[in-house]
Design a protein around this ligand. Structure first.
Ligand code: ATP
Ligand code: MN
Length: 446
């Protein structure tokens, strides 16, 4: 804990300084009486080159026998590095093998497929790519909290075990024994929104940020059974204020990633998704495009594209439609608003046309929907009518309706899938590779 990170040694370590570092060997090359060890501690993409001379007491056989994956503590002197791409290297004066690695360590120098790496989720954070993903994830989470905290939003800790049901949000994981224990059916939350509304109607601006669960059997590259969701909710706010927040939010978080994860983003740009940095830089400085659902459907119908799913007013936009709109038509993030009420949840504010609601989705290239939000129905009678029409049990939602009787105000919010954001920022193709321990149909190991 008191030894400096390799990141800080690489950045600030002065030639001639004596330092001690700790980390794992990413590679080891032993020549006659001299060993070159690439040591990383996960703090940066670049490792520190350690040169271990044959004069070390334990050189033969200990240091000379070190292989990839072993953990070491090295004390030595920083010297100018003759190698290119690195300013300094560490000339070892003492090298302690803290934990040797057996010969069958699976992460040898060669590249492994992401599919294979998922089967060794206990070791994959040691790869360059996954370590970079988790660092970006961390910076994104910090930027999210900072964004809201600087604007006075209160982080509301919404429950994971819930008796409420954000109707229509997705399939539910029921809690076995929930009925016996709580006296009512309970499930894993699909969204913190309904609780966030409670918070907003007292604290004005709040946000939830935590795990949510969906038992949907969708084996896609953009769906997880457990994922993190960011859900701001604002009182005295309409759909316009909501989309403004979403736009400012995405811009700020992506900017933070570009500024604070330069080394990792350069890696993603080179190895994972060519041009990802330029595309993010473009996105953070260009205003998003806006269009109603009705207009989006017209554009899709006129596109001349041969979509797999038919486009027609009243049907939900499929991923292929979303991607065409944002990637091909406008070539930037697109906010689609005013969806048909029939395809959206009951709590969305009904427009005067009687057939659309004040919903908005933010669509981005490569991903499609990244944010889904709405102005909420705050008019008691309109809400009650709609719930009845949809066959919902008004008793079940008693508290939700009651909020509309005591100082109800226009309010709005959105949900952003945190992993989709990380996927978008890094260019990673599969959402399973941007969360440390993915849960998907048929798989919950680790
Ligand atoms: P989709 O149509 O893509 O399945 P949705 O409309 O069901 O998403 P919402 O209920 O609007 O999703 O959830 C809000 C946000 O949460 C979405 O915009 C998306 O970013 C994210 N999200 C939804 N479902 C998942 C999932 N299974 N895995 C990861 N992120 C998800
Ligand atoms: Mn949605």
């Amino acid at each position: 804990m008191d030894t400096p990170s390799i990141r800080s040694v690489l950045a600030d370590g002065e030639v001639g300084a004596r330092v001690t570092i700790e980390g794992w060997l990413r590679s080891a090359r032993h020549s006659k009486g001299l060993s070159f060890l690439d040591v990383t501690d996960g703090s940066s993409m670049a490792g520190l080159q350690v040169v271990a001379p044959g004069e070390l007491d334990n050189y033969d056989p200990e240091v000379r026998g070190l292989g990839t994956g072993a953990a070491v503590r090295v004390r030595g002197e920083l010297v100018e590095s003759p190698g290119k791409g690195q300013r300094v290297e560490l000339r070892a004066q003492e090298l302690e093998v803290v934990g040797d690695a057996a010969d069958d360590y699976p992460l040898q120098k060669k590249r492994h497929s992401f599919e294979y790496l998922r089967t060794i989720a206990h070791l994959r954070p040691r790869t360059n790519t996954l370590a970079a993903v988790f660092r970006v994830r961390n910076v994104a989470a910090r930027a999210i909290h900072r964004f809201f905290q600087e604007r006075g939003f209160v982080w509301l800790h919404t429950p994971i075990l819930t008796g409420a049901d954000a109707e229509g949000a997705g399939e539910l994981f029921e809690i076995e024994g929930g009925e016996a224990f709580f006296g009512r059916p309970t499930r894993l939350t699909v969204s913190g929104q309904l609780e966030a509304e409670i918070g907003a109607l007292a604290l004005r601006n709040v946000y939830a940020f935590g795990p949510t669960f969906r038992a949907e059997n969708s084996n896609t590259s953009r769906h997880l059974a457990e994922f993190w969701m960011v859900e701001p909710e604002m009182a005295f706010c309409d759909l316009r204020g909501d989309t403004e927040l979403a736009e400012a939010f995405l811009r700020e978080v992506l900017t933070a990633i570009l500024e604070e994860c330069g080394e990792d983003m350069a890696f993603f740009d080179e190895r994972i998704e060519k041009g990802v940095v330029a595309s993010l830089e473009h996105i953070v400085k260009t205003p998003f495009e806006h269009m109603t659902y009705t207009e989006a459907v017209q554009r899709l119908e006129q596109s001349g594209e041969d979509f797999e799913h038919l486009v027609s007013w009243g049907a939900d936009l499929q991923s292929e439609h979303e991607r065409w709109l944002t990637e091909t038509l406008v070539q930037k993030p697109l906010v689609v608003t005013d969806y048909p009420s029939a395809i959206k949840a009951f709590y969305m504010y009904a427009n005067d046309d009687g057939r659309t609601v004040r919903a908005m989705d933010v669509l981005v290239p490569r991903i499609g929907e990244i944010v889904g939000g709405s102005q909420r129905e705050h008019r008691h009678d309109v809400l009650a009518e709609k719930m009845k029409a949809q066959g919902l049990d008004l008793e079940e939602y008693g508290w939700y309706l009651e909020l509309r009787r005591f100082g109800s105000v226009p309010h709005a919010g959105f949900g952003l899938g945190f992993e989709r954001l990380v996927q978008f920022a890094t260019g990673m193709a599969n959402i399973r590779d941007v969360i440390p321990f993915p849960r998907v149909p048929g798989y919950a190991e680790f």
